[in-house]
Structures are given as C-alpha cells and as structure tokens.
Design a protein. Structure first.
Length: 120
C-alpha cells in the first residue's frame, strides 16, 4: 500500500491525477474516488499521470476504463501520461493503447488538450 495521488486542475474542465507508487487492488479504490470526484467537479478531460507509477494491475486498468465510461457521455475523455516502456507495454498487450490516448509527458498532454500551464 505504498502510493500517493496528486490532483491538479489544468483548466476549467480538465484535471490531472498523478499516481505515485504501486497501482494495485489496495490503491485502485482511491484512484476511483479521485476520478469520481473530478467528474463531479465538472471534469470533461482527465489526464492520469503514470510517470511515477512503478506497477499497475488489472484492477487499476478496470478503474481507468470506468473513468473513461463516466466521461464519454459528457463528451469528455480520459488520457494517460506514461513514458515507462514496461507499463506502456501493459496497455499495448491488453490493446488498451487503442482506447486511451497515451502521452509521453504532462506538457505533451497539456499541448494536445490546448491547455497552458497555470500562471502562463
């Protein structure tokens, strides 16, 4: 149970949730809670930043899919930031790289969503 979540508002209806540590059955409910809260705050675009994620399991993949399903009816999306080739391979093997947009960094995700960093 070694994990931490950081949520940052990127824009009026865009949020980033950084997942630090192991994404497993113990941490997945907390990620789900963060996703639901962001949607409840009006998020249409959520970027889950896996830059500092050291492990990801099928429970967490299910939570990410659930978050995407919550956003789609609002015309929104859930994308990922992942540069780690081992974690990225999980998305490729499960074909989830065809469902999620995966950016190499948070600045790339901001650019794709046409968001500027806070204070710019």
């Amino acid at each position: 149970m070694n994990f931490r979540l950081r949520t940052e508002q990127l824009g009026e209806d865009a949020y980033a949730i950084a997942f630090v540590g192991e994404a497993d059955p113990y941490s997945a409910p907390e990620l789900k809670r963060e996703l639901v809260e962001a949607v409840d705050r009006g998020a249409r675009h959520i970027v889950v930043d896996l830059t500092e994620t050291t492990f990801i399991d099928s429970t967490t993949l299910g939570v990410l899919i659930g978050g995407l399903k919550r956003l789609k009816p609002r015309g929104g999306d859930l994308s990922l930031v992942c540069a780690d080739p081992n974690i990225r391979k999980i998305f490729e093997i499960t074909l989830l790289d065809r469902i999620f947009t995966i950016d190499a960094s948070l600045p790339h995700a901001r650019e794709r969503l046409e968001l500027t960093p806070a204070g710019s």
